[in-house]
Ligand binder design. Structure first.
Ligand code: PNS
Length: 163
């Protein structure tokens, strides 16, 4: 069984992430979207909320599993019997960060390979952090994220402003 892992923060999932999954889903028997639980990074959505949003927006693909993970990515890959990491690439800045990360992962686990998928030109400028900032300041982000994310961003911002 060909299993790939698509790791990331996904805080929240964007149309760019969904597009990467739609394009890679036919290439693998199963893709595990691994939502990193990083205690050092302040997130807007809890890991469980992020998992639920990814499940809701990728259910149509049929071979996507979504889980949280903590710790080293290569340990998670071993546990899942996977040797492919999927990462999206938007820019030269992404290239520097991503190539460094893929080399570290390969040093840690030589059989692992990272495949990079170039972002669709419609989503080059879309990032989770940009979406959050724009939404916080009242911007309409509905062209950049799935409908479920627009809904949950609105709910989250209402909760935060009620505090
Ligand atoms: O969406 P992001 O925040 O760019 O994803 C980064 C992620 C989660 C892929 C990366 O931080 C990661 O793999 N974290 C797990 C810890 C780890 O294995 N680090 C060593 C590889 S650099």
């Amino acid at each position: 069984m060909k299993i790939a892992v698509y790791p990331g923060s996904f805080d929240p999932i964007t149309n760019g992430h969904v597009d990467i999954l739609e394009r890679t889903s036919p290439l693998f028997d199963k893709i595990i979207v691994a939502v990193v639980h990083n205690v050092y990074k302040q997130a807007l959505f809890t890991p469980e909320e992020r998992v639920a949003l990814i499940e809701e927006t990728t259910g149509h693909l049929g071979n996507i599993e979504v889980e949280c993970f903590k710790g080293l990515l290569v340990d998670y890959l071993k546990e899942k019997d996977a040797s492919i990491i999927i990462r999206g690439m938007r820019s030269l800045t992404d290239f520097e960060y991503e190539s460094h990360m893929s080399m570290i992962n390969k040093k840690l686990l030589p059989e692992v390979n990272t495949i990079f998928v170039m972002a669709d030109s419609n989503y080059i400028c879309v990032s989770s952090s940009g979406v959050k900032e724009a939404a916080m300041l009242g911007g309409d982000v509905s062209s950049m994220v799935p409908t479920a994310v627009t809904r949950e961003l609105k709910r989250k911002l209402e909760q935060l402003s009620a505090k």
